[in-house]
Design a protein around this ligand. Structure first.
Ligand code: CA
Length: 664
């Protein structure tokens, strides 16, 4: 059937419907639920079967194409309505490499022609789905790919990066610049011979990389790589497909799948686990999205007047509480685990999702592998029709199973309020944030020595156990740590900024919970003070590997901090009870000063006692440390796990803007 027949069909339909009313399911609560797990394409050489959930449609058509972009359809097929809102069709013969779309006829009109939300491969710009045989998309040795070992979530150290940023700058000699494959290139050094790309990440020693959205997103024109467009990717288009602009060939749906897998495989070979940032909370397009074009309204929350609600601040918010949206999210996450071997997920604006859905996702991945890690932003970006008690927000974290949330309390306690760019905080000498930092040190758990009434954004502990708390000072959002210091401390020389910079992540990397580092923070990354760089050019966002040479001592310090944390389980205590028992704050005289002890070979540490002191004042301060025979591990911005000298405790001086770590 060709398009001319569409017109005929439409006319006949309108005539037919002028006599009869079509059955309507509205409201959405009355929609049937499909329990099967075979939505989308089921491929074999003999035939391809397609199933799609469209409970409210008068007809559903499929269009088949030879390519993903320009050719006219060579076949149009009418789907047959089955049970539970499912439409189905089977096409005999081998459709491998053919492209397809769906189009719904409803209420006397055609909706937009789109791939189904379940598409696993697409052509350029994600406009048409593609028939793939996933078994042919595996890189060599994929069957032997294994997750690197992980004993406990507390052992995780996260490094958050954008695929393109890591290999786009010419300070790194990459062949596949800005691509998934760029992150597989090993042995590439900068002009000074220092490691770059994946080798750099391995050298730093983090356990997990967190990739900014790398599923297919909307904003970049994949047909114009020469335009060097840039986007973070928080505008999802096809949830179950890798982004085309990060592949070497966005036209052939196989290529991006294979290259994404190759990247995961290479990280795994280097002992690094891979987390994907997932944005199920909204779609890049609203009325033109795949969801909306198949089943208008259903996948989204609506205001009382029927308009799209907007808790994402991006024009729409999805409705995870609706059974088929919940099912979509669970199946999508499982698919990324099983097909791409991913090791974790970071949920963007997780507070938009309901608790029940998040727990169902957590249970589903735990069943596959209990070491898969889930965390998210425990907030929304605007008002939502979903009542707060049901939201997967920070204050409800104790209702979330095996799901962690970001601690903005810790972040802003250390460096200052996120939206007041010149605000100072603990590291820059502003007092009154000590309890917020202490709150982060105990990973937002219950601790009798934290005064919760003084914590900046929380009035009670929200983490059940330490592994529910992600501690950080900077991420892709907002200013880099270095830029923030430039803005909030404009009169300070660079040497002072470096002291504060090191102190900030010394606090993060010695705290209980899970530390999170923004890529490049380990060599003073700058974005030229651009805060929201989501579509800024490469010149702002790129990782400049020559900075690693310039700030080599900062990098060496970060590297040693990471190694220290990995070598010492005392910083990775597993339970709230043990944190209470082993971690005790020491009395201090004055503001911007925090001291604590971790005693009793905590969590099996070979160190019996550890004393940690942070001085956020510009000037040196005196602290009183219990008497002992200490080795100095960190002092004056230097770190040596074998010791920088001896100390016997009692009254000690700690220099300005620095950490002191003593052990015995
Ligand atoms: Ca795309």
């Amino acid at each position: 059937m060709r398009y001319t027949n569409y017109l005929l069909f439409s006319l006949l339909f309108i005539l037919f419907n002028s006599c009869f009313e079509v059955k309507q399911y509205n409201p959405f609560e009355k929609y049937p639920v499909y329990e099967g797990n075979d939505l989308g394409l089921s491929y074999s050489k003999e035939k391809s079967t397609f199933k799609i959930y469209v409970p409210e449609a008068d007809a559903v058509y499929m269009n088949f194409y030879e390519d993903g972009q320009t050719e006219e359809s060579y076949l149009v097929d009418q789907m047959i309505k089955g049970e539970s809102g499912i439409w189905e069709t089977s096409i005999e013969g081998d459709l491998l490499g053919k492209f397809y779309t769906f189009q719904v006829f409803k209420e006397r009109g055609w909706l937009k022609e789109v791939p189904d939300p379940y598409a696993k491969a697409v052509g350029v710009n994600g406009k048409r789905a593609m028939v793939v045989d996933l078994s042919q998309t595996n890189p060599e040795g994929w069957e032997n790919d294994k997750r690197p070992p992980l004993a406990a979530p507390n052992d995780i150290i996260i490094y958050e990066l954008h695929v393109r940023d890591m290999t786009i700058h010419d300070s790194g000699p990459f062949e596949n610049r800005g691509k998934f494959l760029g992150l597989t290139e090993q042995g590439k050094t900068n002009a000074a011979g220092l490691t770059t790309g994946i080798d750099h990440i391995k050298e730093l020693g983090v356990t997990h990389v967190h990739l900014l959205p790398s599923y297919d997103f909307l904003s970049l024109d994949e047909t114009k790589p020469e335009a060097n467009e840039y986007n973070w990717g928080y505008d999802p288009q096809n949830y179950n497909v890798p982004e085309g602009s990060y592949s070497t060939n966005p036209y052939d749906g196989n290529v991006r799948i294979k290259e994404f897998k190759k990247m995961v495989q290479t990280f795994h070979e280097n002992g690094i686990r891979v987390i994907l940032d997932v944005v199920y909370n909204h779609t890049g397009a609203s009325f033109e999205s795949n969801f909306y074009s198949i089943l208008p309204g259903y996948y989204y929350r609506l205001n009382e007047d029927g308009s799209l609600s907007n808790a994402s601040g991006c024009g729409n918010e999805t409705a995870s509480e609706r059974p088929m949206m919940r099912k979509f999210m669970i199946e999508s996450v499982k698919y990324w685990v099983e097909e791409y071997h991913l090791d974790g997920f970071r949920f963007d604006l997780m507070g938009i999702h309901d608790i029940e859905t998040m727990n169902a996702i957590s249970a589903a991945v735990q069943e596959i592998d209990p070491t898969i890690f889930i965390y998210g932003e425990g907030w929304t970006a605007g008002a939502s029709p979903l009542a707060e008690e049901f939201r997967a927000v920070k204050k409800n974290a104790s209702k979330l199973n095996n799901i962690a949330v970001f601690s903005d309390d810790m972040r802003d306690g250390i460096k200052g309020h996120v939206f007041t760019h010149d605000a100072k905080a603990f590291i820059s000498g502003l007092d009154s944030l000590e309890e917020s930092v202490k709150f982060g040190i105990v990973a937002a758990t219950q601790h009798d020595q934290v005064d919760y009434s003084q914590v900046n954004y929380s009035d009670a502990p929200w983490a059940k156990e330490p592994a529910q708390c992600i501690n950080y000072v900077s991420c892709h959002d907002n200013h880099t740590l270095y830029d923030r210091l430039l803005i909030s401390c404009p009169d300070e020389p660079k040497s002072e900024l470096i002291k504060m910079h090191k102190l900030a992540n010394t606090i993060v990397l010695t705290s209980q919970g899970i530390p999170f580092l923004h890529a490049g923070v380990d060599f003073m990354r700058t974005k030229d003070k651009v805060e929201n760089s989501f579509e800024s050019p490469d010149s702002i966002n790129q990782i400049d590997w020559d900075r690693k040479t310039r700030y080599q001592d900062v990098f060496e310090y970060y590297k040693k901090m990471v190694a220290l944390r990995k070598a010492h389980p005392a910083f990775r205590i597993k339970t709230t009870e043990e944190v209470q028992q082993h971690l005790r704050f020491l009395p201090v005289d004055g503001t911007n000063l925090i001291a604590y002890q971790i005693t009793g070979n905590a969590n099996g540490d070979k160190w019996k006692n550890i004393v940690v002191v942070f001085n956020g004042n510009k000037e040196a301060r005196e602290v009183n440390v219990p008497a002992g025979n200490y080795q100095i591990i960190i002092k004056d911005g230097e770190l040596d796990e074998k010791g920088l000298g001896q100390e016997t405790g009692g009254k000690l001086m700690i220099s300005g803007r620095s950490a002191l770590l003593l052990v015995e």
